[in-house]
Write a protein that binds this ligand. Structure first.
Ligand code: FES
Length: 83
């Protein structure tokens, strides 16, 4: 079951976002054999809701080897991650 630590919301017909809640463009680029690069207005929280990163860019680990989860610490290169 997902922890909910990483989530997003979209507007729906029943719950439209107000103008001041509108998101700017958010982009995720999956790097071959590396992390997912996220760009946009980011707030990443841990399972307890503590903000672990707030900024405009983040590299999320896809290989599982990072010692700084959910962020990439470069370990994908050490383990020769393929994906
Ligand atoms: S993708 Fe970089 S450490 Fe996992």
């Amino acid at each position: 079951m997902p922890s909910g630590a990483l989530s997003y919301e979209t507007a729906t017909a029943n719950h439209p976002k107000k103008e001041n809640e509108m998101s700017t463009t958010f982009e995720i680029n999956i790097l071959k054999n590396g992390p997912a690069i996220c760009k946009g207005s980011l707030i990443i929280k841990d399972a307890d809701g503590k903000i672990i990163l707030q900024g405009e860019k983040a590299a999320l680990c896809r290989c599982g080897a990072s010692e700084n989860q959910p962020l990439c610490d470069g370990a994908h290169a050490r383990i020769d991650f393929q994906g």
